[in-house]
Every structure is written in C-alpha cells, then in structure tokens.
Design a binder for this molecule. Structure first.
Ligand code: FES
Ligand code: FES
Length: 157
C-alpha cells in the first residue's frame, strides 16, 4: 500500500495529512500533528497511556493504523477541557490527587469518559473493568477509582 492522504478531526480541528501505511495513529497524533498530551508508553497495547477517543470509543492509539482513522473524530485529553475550564473528570482527578507523575492521566481520563458516556452510574466493578487496560505506577489506583466515582456523581447532577 502506498502513502495515503487522510483527514482527521482532532478536538474539533480538521487536519489533512499524508501517512505511510505502517504509521500508527499514536505516531501521527504526537509526531506529525503535535498532540503531545497523547502519551507514548509501550507502543504495544499494554499500558493505555496512548488512549484517545475515536468516534467516541476509547482505543489504544498505538494499535490503530493512522489510515484506519481516516474520516474519524479523535478526542484527546486536551479536547475535554482546559486548565481554566476542566471537564468534571479532569477536575476530580486533580482534586483527589488521582494524578501524580501524570503520565497515565490523559489515558485514564479518556477511558473514564468513554465509560461514563455509556454508563453514567457505574459500579466500582464497572469502573475497574473500564480502566483495566490503563496502568498507573504511582497512585495505587484508589484515588483514581474515587475520582471517577465523584465525576460520575457530578455529571449526573
Ligand atoms: S503506548 Fe499504547 S498501550 Fe502503551
Ligand atoms: S500518576 Fe504516574 S503513572 Fe499514573
């Protein structure tokens, strides 16, 4: 397969770029388009740091070839909120100390967003299951679980 022109909308902004067939969505988001909030952890689907929403579904962007995302809507952590106007999930992570080094946080927040979009009142087991592909080496996960629980409560008020 030859290089291909693809169109992507990332956080509401339209992009058109040329990709080699073997380039991952992670590579194109970070290296070509500069979305550095998408983290590169393992590049083999083990850590979840590279999670983005692809047409609303949480995916490991290191496991998606960029051309497969042609025509799709991508949301990264930066697309959910800003420092001044954080999304309730981001706010709960900050308030509860659910982010320490922060490397896993963008992926965790997006995995939580995908969960709460589908299941607004998740059980703890459902939260654990939804975040099971996202590894954190700092927090011990307790504050992350609490943050998602509190965000769910805030979002359903
Ligand atoms: S970088 Fe994609 S799952 Fe680790
Ligand atoms: S906060 Fe450091 S890896 Fe999760």
């Amino acid at each position: 397969m030859d290089a291909k022109i693809i169109r992507l909308t990332v956080n509401g902004r339209a992009h058109r770029t040329i990709v080699e067939p073997n380039l991952t969505l992670l590579h194109v988001l970070r290296e070509t388009l500069g979305y550095l909030d998408v983290k590169n952890g393992c590049e083999k689907g083990d850590c979840g740091a590279c999670t983005v929403l692809l047409d609303g579904k949480a995916v490991n962007s290191c496991l998606v070839l960029a051309w497969q995302a042609d025509g799709c809507q991508v949301t990264t952590n930066a697309g959910l909120g800003t420092l001044e106007h954080p999304h309730p999930i981001q706010e709960a992570f900050a308030d509860l100390g659910a982010a320490q080094c922060g490397y896993c946080t963008p992926g965790m927040v997006l995995a939580a967003k995908a969960l709460l979009d589908e299941t607004p009142h998740p059980t703890e087991a459902e939260i654990r299951e939804a975040l099971s592909g996202n590894l954190c080496r700092c927090t011990g996960y307790g504050q992350i679980l609490r943050a998602v629980t509190i965000a769910a409560e805030k979002l359903s008020q």
